[in-house]
Structures are given as structure tokens and as C-alpha cells.
Design a protein around this ligand. Structure first.
Ligand SMILES: [Zn+2]
Length: 324
């Protein structure tokens, strides 16, 4: 049976046998801790499938897992592999009850109990326990990459969202993002309920959400389109530092304003299929709701993740400025 079927049928645990140089333990369903035999300098968390219908990252993670089992990918650092939302993956849905990637940092308490609130709690507990492991505490560098695919088209197909943090972003982490051939990076301006924000805020991890392109149902993804990301992840796992940028210069943006839907009258005044990073004219009213409107200013004229169909109280889009 292939690894994807085994994962979805919860049979990976008894099937996978790692080389003797890797100490493996399953911390919960879909959460695998791998430590190299010798003391590691760095710790890496890679998560996929926090949104159940974002399939390509799950397939990429399974590919890495197969290489680790076969011994073709050496494990240099402590590694935690996370398959985020298995019940949603089985149904091919983004989530079953509510969006898991809005619930971290205790925000799950603001939602009615369901599949995702339970998973958010479980993931937070596991991450806390992981960071108290002696091998992880002994390592000096901690990174978390949370892999996603976007729902809509994008003017920049592959990009990273860096969570808001008051400390400086690590230069070597930004360098790795650049070398992984992403098209753009976006710096957040405020805390949020994402998984990457949680690890950054609570464990001082160099974290980001990686949007690697558009996903198709399981089995229909052309993984060669994501080969730069796969290589960049292999590079981190093996500690080889061998990747080099081949694309034009990386674009940088920062979030200036979040459009929050607070009323049923909320409307976005752009077509539903507007691409991420679309540039909008100054003065244009992009969104409105009772007693409030959002107009484009010259300092925040790019739209990211426009979506009017979010629940009340959630983000319906981000306005970005380009950094030069
Ligand atoms: Zn996602």
C-alpha cells in the first residue's frame, strides 16, 4: 500500500521502520518525532494538511518520510513531522467544523468544541512537550515550516508569510527562504491564530506559513511543480546548505491593514477570482460594511487572501505594501 493510503487509514505507525541511526516515536496520530543518534544542533518542525484539502504539502511530507525510511535522506537535525487535520483530509475538506489555522495560542476556546478545537489543543500540547525534550532543548536553532496551498490564483505563485514578532527575523532563515526560490515574502503586522504564529510567539522559533501553489485532489498534483520546495526541505533535513536561488529577486511585502468582517452587510468590491497580490488603484473602495469602508491608499495597494465568505469576526483580506 502507498504511504498516503496508510496515513489516511492510520496505519503508518506500524508500517514504517527507520534505519538504526534514527530514533522515532509517534507522539499522537499523524505526529512523528525523529531524532538523529548524535546530538543535533538544530530542530525542525514541518507541518502539512492543517487545511485538509491542501494535498500537495502532505504528499511532499510523505516523500520526505519515504526517503528517511529508505536511508536516502540523512537526518542531521531533530525533526517533528505533522500531518495536521486527518479527518478533514479524509473528506477532502479544508476543515470539518471551523478553520484550524485560526485557533492556535488558545484561541480554540473562542470556538464551539469540534474536530478542529480538539486538534488545536492536541497540537499545542504535543508542541509544548516536544520543546521540553532534552534533545530539543540542547539544540540552538529552532525552525517551523507550515506548508499550505492557496485557494485562489496568485500573482506570486509561491510565497511565505512570516508571523508578527517583536524580535528580529533571523537572517539565515530569510536567506533560506530566498534560496528556496519562493517568489515573495510577507511580514505580518499583528499576532494571529496561525500555527506558525504560535510556535514563533511561544517557542521563539523561526516560523513561517509557506504557500507553495495551488492544490488539486490527492493523486492529481504534479509534484515537479513543487520541486524547489522539496529540495529546500531536504536541504534543511540533511543540513547540507546546498540550494541556490535561480529565480528573479524575491519580492518583499508587509501587512498594513487587516479587513475584518464584522457584519452580515459585509461586501468585497472585487471579483471573487481576484488573484493574491493584485495591485489596486488608490482611492478604490475595496470593502464595506455597515458604518465602515476600506479604501486603497498608495501605501497599501496590494490585496492578499480576499474572501468575503468568512465567518463574522474573521479576516476577509489583508492589505499589503511592497518593500523596496
Ligand atoms: Zn491553508
Amino acid at each position: 500500500m502507498d504511504l498516503l493510503t496508510l496515513l489516511l487509514e492510520n496505519e503508518l505507525e506500524e508500517t514504517l521502520h527507520f534505519p538504526s541511526t534514527i530514533k522515532s516515536s509517534w507522539l499522537a496520530e499523524g505526529i512523528l518525532q525523529l531524532f538523529p543518534q548524535k546530538t543535533a544542533q538544530e530542530t525542525l518542525i514541518i507541518s502539512a494538511g492543517i487545511h485538509g484539502n491542501e494535498t500537495a504539502p502532505v504528499e511532499i511530507l510523505l516523500q520526505l518520510l519515504a526517503q528517511l525510511v529508505q536511508g536516502t535522506l540523512p537526518l542531521q537535525h531533530n525533526l517533528l513531522l505533522i500531518f495536521g487535520n486527518l479527518p478533514a483530509m479524509r473528506e477532502g475538506k479544508r476543515y470539518l467544523d471551523n478553520d484550524l489555522n485560526r485557533m492556535f495560542g488558545g484561541r480554540h476556546q473562542n470556538f464551539p468544541p469540534g474536530n478542529e478545537t480538539h486538534r488545536a489543543m492536541a497540537l499545542e500540547t504535543v508542541i509544548r512537550r516536544f520543546f521540553s525534550e532534552p534533545a530539543v532543548m540542547a539544540s540552538t536553532k529552532h525552525r517551523h515550516l507550515d506548508l499550505h496551498t492557496a485557494i485562489r490564483g496568485s500573482c506570486h505563485e509561491q510565497f511565505a508569510l512570516l508571523p508578527y514578532q517583536s524580535r528580529e527575523y533571523a537572517a539565515d532563515f530569510l536567506h533560506w527562504l530566498e534560496n528556496s526560490d519562493l517568489d515573495a515574502v510577507v511580514f505580518h503586522n499583528s499576532p494571529g491564530g496561525t500555527f506558525s504564529h504560535f510556535t514563533s510567539e511561544h517557542f521563539n522559533t523561526d516560523s513561517c506559513t509557506l504557500e507553495i501553489g495551488k492544490a488539486l485532489p490527492f493523486g492529481q498534483n504534479d509534484l515537479t511543480r513543487f520541486s524547489n520546495i522539496t529540495s529546500a526541505l531536504q536541504d534543511l533535513v540533511a543540513g547540507s546548505c546546498s540550494i541556490k536561488r535561480n529565480k528573479p529577486a524575491l519580492k518583499r511585502y508587509h501587512v498594513v491593514d487587516s479587513i475584518i468582517k464584522q457584519h452580515n452587510s459585509f461586501q468585497l468590491h472585487i471579483p471573487e477570482d481576484t488573484k493574491n497580490f493584485t495591485e489596486l488603484p488608490e482611492g478604490f473602495e475595496i470593502a464595506s460594511q455597515q458604518n465602515q469602508s476600506w479604501k486603497i491608499t498608495s501605501t497599501a495597494n496590494f490585496i492578499l487572501f480576499p474572501n468575503a465568505r468568512v465567518a463574522i469576526g474573521l479576516r476577509a483580506g489583508l492589505l499589503l505594501a511592497q518593500l523596496t
